[in-house]
Structure formats: structure tokens, C-alpha cells
Write a new protein. Structure first.
Ligand code: PLP
Length: 398
């Protein structure tokens, strides 16, 4: 056969690896059964028929629920696509998942290393841990600052990108150092989502997150999860969930699973919109410290491009002072002034209004939604103009 004649029967190759959108749509759905829905509806149940010995898989509603099972499989497929043995456990909220790992894995006399710039409620567990006799060391995310705090630690906690500062640390480097020091590694994957980075593949023992944010992305439910490859670690977190009862409702779990189908669509659009907004902000003289890991000039960029596949929906920046920031937020029309992030709707807030984060009074955490980029940018630029003009005339200074 001449080189120009194609072979009519090419040998079949391996199935191509499905893309992220395909995996998002199909994650966790059971095999097709005639006359059944592709995503079974929520199972509302506290007690199952349970004759004889109390053996699973479903015994009591606080222990297990088929709706969680589908969702947990789905998240596990996204967090660790190459590892069918990964275990994922759904929780009532991100904090439920965080507390489950922190409080089930350490005991009196041990040491935990937390990021000094993590989500503030995670850091608020410091006092609780110390009251139980656990030592807590704090070190910054940027520059892998936690490396220097690892000696003798039992658990290293990473949050990358960090909320709200958007610093990034090198998960692989820190995980290797922590394991050499005898510590477990947990990564809060909330900002990145499993389509943004895969902490388990980078060496973490736990990848966990708030599913309230971009994972489910509609601002209509609270959820958390913990994923791990280690069956013993999974068993101890499962026992914690059952003991304290930090379980998701079946309706939330089902809504979360339904929302996962659009995860790739949403996070791609949000990431593009975030870059468009960040670039527009870089041109404004009254705006300083524009942060987003995708910006080539961002301090987080060099590490982010090595370990992340998407860079998230959150952009942060600083306006001259609190009053300026408040005028800006009030002038926004498309973007809602709200806390939380990762939603389909753009939201923004002056982060300093809560206290607890080391941010300037004019610091804005902006979560970019899936609206049209041009509309988001136009809204922000107009609100910036209005807040500057009102500041010059003294209007709105009540
Ligand atoms: N982790 C991070 C990074 C967060 O930003 C948040 C909430 O903002 C949480 C965890 C807690 O999530 P939840 O509000 O679902 O408890």
C-alpha cells in the first residue's frame, strides 16, 4: 500500500481519555438501566429496612445514603480520575469537612501547621485545637512559608490558592517535606476545584473543600467533602462524620450532583471572565494589588502554572480606603454585594468588614460569575468612575 493510501482498518487504540466537560456531565451517574433516570432522585430516609444483623450498605440515615453515594463517587472521579479506590465523604458544609479532618486526625500533644492566611474560620479552630492540648503553628502560604514549621508536626494544612489573599504554595514540594517529617498533608481545594488542581496526585493525603462555592456554583446550598486514597484515613473520617452527625441533607446532595454536570462549563467561563476583569483593573490608577494566579505578573503565577489547570473565579484588589470601597460596591449593578464566591452570579465584598483577615480597609474580594465578560467589566469600570466622582463631590459620604 502506498504511503498516500490510508489503511482502511486501523487497529483500535485505547479509548481516548474523556475531557473535563464529559467527565463533569457523567461523573457518579449509575450505569444506564432501562426506564430509570440517569441521575436518581434524592432518597429521603432515616431508617432502611434492616432485617437480622446490622450489616450495610445502608443501615441508618446518619451513616449512609444512596444520594450521597452517587455524589461521593462523582466528586471522587473528579478529584482522582485515575484511582477508582479513592474514598470521598460528603459533609453538611465545608467547615464540617475541615473540622472532620482536623479533629479526627490529631490528638493532645501533637502539632498542626496551619496557613496564617487561610480562610478565617479554619484558623478560628486554632483556639479549639489548643484547648484540646494540640499545638498550632501558623506560617504563610506564599513562598512555601510552612516548610520551616514542619519539624515534629502530625498534620500540615494547606489552602492554595488562599482565601482571600490568593497566594499559592507548591503542594508537591510541601507534601514531600511533610511526609519526610512524618506529617499528614491536607489541602483545602475550594478555590481551585478538582478541575483546577488535583492535590491527591500532587502527594496530599486529603483533598477537601467547601462544595458551597464553585463546585456546585449556584449559591443555593451548603456542602463539603473530604477525599482520600488511604482506606484507614477514610474510615476514621467516616467514623467522625457518623459520630458528630455533620451530614448533608439528601436534597442538597442531589442538587450538588446535578450542578456538577456544568462544572467544566462554569469554571472555564469564570476563569476567562476573571482574567478579563483583572486585566481591566490593572489599567486603573486608583486600583492597586490586583491579584489573580493567571496574571503573568502575579507573584503566585510561577507555581500556579506548574500545578493548576484552571485558576479560579476570584480576583482581589485594593481601593484607596473603606469609603471608596463602599461607594464602589454600592454602585455595582450586575454584581451583588455578598460574601462567598464561586457562584454563577458575580459577587463582591469588602473583606475587611468581617475582621480576621490581614487586608487593607479598601480590599475587595471579587468573585466573577458566568455573565458576559464585557458586561462584568463595564459594570466594574462604571462603578469605579462613580465612586471616584462621588468622592470628589462628597456625595454618598453620609
Ligand atoms: N474553605 C474555604 C477556602 C472557604 O473559603 C470556605 C468558606 O468561605 C470554607 C472552606 C468553608 O465552607 P462552608 O461555608 O461551606 O462551610
Amino acid at each position: 500500500m502506498s504511503a498516500a493510501t490510508p489503511d482502511p482498518t486501523p487497529a483500535p487504540g485505547p479509548d481516548p481519555t474523556p475531557g473535563d466537560s464529559t467527565r463533569s456531565v457523567h461523573a457518579g451517574r449509575p450505569p444506564a438501566e432501562p426506564y430509570t433516570p440517569s441521575l436518581p432522585g434524592p432518597v429521603f430516609v432515616s431508617h432502611y429496612h434492616l432485617p437480622g444483623e446490622a450489616a450495610g450498605p445502608y443501615t441508618y440515615g446518619r451513616d449512609e445514603n444512596p444520594t450521597w453515594t452517587h455524589l461521593e463517587r462523582a466528586i471522587g472521579e473528579l478529584e482522582a480520575p485515575d484511582d477508582p479506590a479513592v474514598t470521598t465523604l460528603a459533609f453538611a458544609s465545608g467547615m464540617g469537612a475541615i473540622a472532620a479532618v482536623l479533629l479526627s486526625q490529631v490528638r493532645a500533644g501533637q502539632t498542626v501547621v496551619l496557613p496564617s492566611d487561610s480562610y478565617q474560620a479554619t484558623r478560628s479552630l486554632q483556639a479549639r485545637l489548643e484547648s484540646y492540648g494540640v499545638a498550632v503553628r501558623l506560617a504563610p502560604t506564599a513562598g512555601d512559608g510552612q516548610l520551616a514549621a514542619l519539624e515534629g508536626a502530625r498534620l500540615l494544612w494547606l489552602e492554595t490558592p488562599s482565601n482571600p489573599g490568593l497566594d499559592v504554595c507548591d503542594i508537591r514540594r510541601l507534601a514531600d517535606a511533610a511526609h519526610a517529617a512524618g506529617a499528614l498533608v491536607a489541602v483545602d481545594n475550594t478555590l481551585a476545584t478538582p478541575l483546577g488542581q488535583r492535590p491527591l496526585a500532587l502527594g496530599a493525603d486529603f483533598s477537601l473543600a467547601s462544595g458551597t462555592k464553585a463546585l456546585t456554583g449556584h449559591g443555593d446550598l451548603l456542602l463539603g467533602y473530604v477525599a482520600t486514597r488511604d482506606p484507614e484515613l477514610a474510615a476514621s473520617v467516616r467514623l467522625w462524620r457518623k459520630t458528630v452527625g455533620a451530614i448533608p441533607g439528601p436534597m442538597e446532595a442531589w442538587l450538588a450532583h446535578r450542578s456538577l454536570a456544568t462544572l467544566a462549563l462554569r469554571v472555564d467561563r469564570q476563569a476567562d471572565n476573571a482574567v478579563a476583569l483583572a486585566r481591566a483593573l490593572l489599567d486603573r490608577p486608583e486600583v492597586t494589588d490586583v491579584r489573580h494566579p493567571a496574571l503573568p505578573g502575579d507573584p503566585a503565577h510561577p507555581v500556579a502554572v506548574r500545578q493548576m489547570r484552571r485558576f479560579g473565579s476570584v480576583v482581589s484588589f485594593t481601593l484607596p480606603d473603606q469609603a471608596y470601597a463602599e461607594r464602589f460596591l454600592a454602585a455595582l449593578r450586575i454584581t451583588a454585594e455578598a460574601t462567598s464566591f464561586g457562584s454563577i452570579q458575580s459577587t463582591a465584598e469588602r473583606r475587611g468588614r468581617w475582621g480576621g483577615d490581614a487586608v487593607p480597609p479598601g480590599f475587595i474580594r471579587f468573585s466573577v460569575g458566568v455573565e458576559d465578560a464585557a458586561d462584568i467589566v463595564a459594570d466594574v469600570l462604571r462603578a469605579l468612575d462613580e465612586s471616584r466622582e462621588q468622592g470628589q463631590t462628597g456625595a454618598g459620604d453620609a
